[in-house]
Design a protein around this ligand. Structure first.
Ligand code: 4HQ
Length: 244
């Protein structure tokens, strides 16, 4: 999986993605990340990357030319066209399903805007898809781009240490995660649920499934409505809701 990020803040992207699990995957070449500084493609003697909006109004608009040339510097070396994504509140909302879908693209170019936005003409020219990470306004597309990279990368085989670690977790199966416990056995007078120390794995799995169903029903009923529950799950959920 390869990501190219077009940004005015390359150090921000670099600093965040070099850390932790994604940083290790990058280091180990399980994923490839190229961070392209749009400013490097400015033809202006002051390295200007934005200008006042035609028609007036607040803020600045990013220039088309440096973005277009940065894009050409990527595709010039390729014999295929990577998917170009513009992070914007106008895009379709990003979710786990979209992440799984984008993983199949193998090469994504993520365009991060700042200020009031980007000259529409370069967007029309290079952008394949607009994606939003939520219905709120940010100062730039860098955080959204990193959300996509983080979320898609962890689906790439070898990025998470344990292959199965994403397959049984929250939202992958459309449900919320069951509660987790670690040592000590007792904290603030509260003991770990007895079943988890029983060593009976079939019962533990049943209990976890039940907790996932219950939590999803209580906290995110909207997620549950998207699923077609099997009879077994319906029974578990009914049981769960009768328990204190
Ligand atoms: N912005 N999801 C405005 C976002 C955003 C979002 C990024 C702010 C683009 C120009 N991007 N710039 N929400 O709020 O993706």
């Amino acid at each position: 999986m390869r990501f190219d990020v077009l940004t005015l803040f390359p150090q921000v992207i670099e600093a965040v993605l070099r850390e932790s699990i994604i940083g290790r995957a990058w280091e180990n070449k399980i994923i490839e990340v190229n961070i392209i500084n749009i400013r490097d493609f400015s033809k202006d003697k002051h390295k200007k990357t934005d200008d006042y909006p035609y028609g007036g109004g607040n803020g600045m608009v990013m220039l088309a030319q440096p973005i277009y040339d940065a894009y050409l510097s990527i595709i010039g070396k390729l014999d295929y066209k990577p998917k170009v994504i513009y992070l914007s509140p106008q895009g379709r909302l990003f979710d786990q399903e979209k992440a799984a879908d984008l993983k199949n693209d193998r090469h994504l170019v993520l365009l991060c805007g700042h200020y009031e936005g980007i000259d529409e003409r370069v967007l029309e020219e290079i952008v394949d898809e607009e994606i939003s990470v939520g219905d709120y306004v940010l100062t730039g597309g860098e955080l959204p781009a990193m959300i996509l990279i983080d979320c898609i990368s962890r689906l790439v085989p070898g990025v998470l240490s344990n292959e199965s670690s994403y397959s049984d977790e929250s939202l992958y199966n459309g449900l919320l995660e069951y509660p987790q416990y670690t040592r000590p056995y007792e904290f603030m007078g509260k003991k770990v649920p007895e079943i988890l120390v029983s060593g009976h794995h079939a019962n533990i799995n049943r209990w976890r499934r039940k907790q996932s169903l219950k939590r999803t029903y209580l906290k995110r009923p909207d997620l549950l409505k998207k699923l077609e529950l099997k009879d077994e799950d319906k029974k578990l959920l009914e049981e769960a809701l009768q328990e204190p």
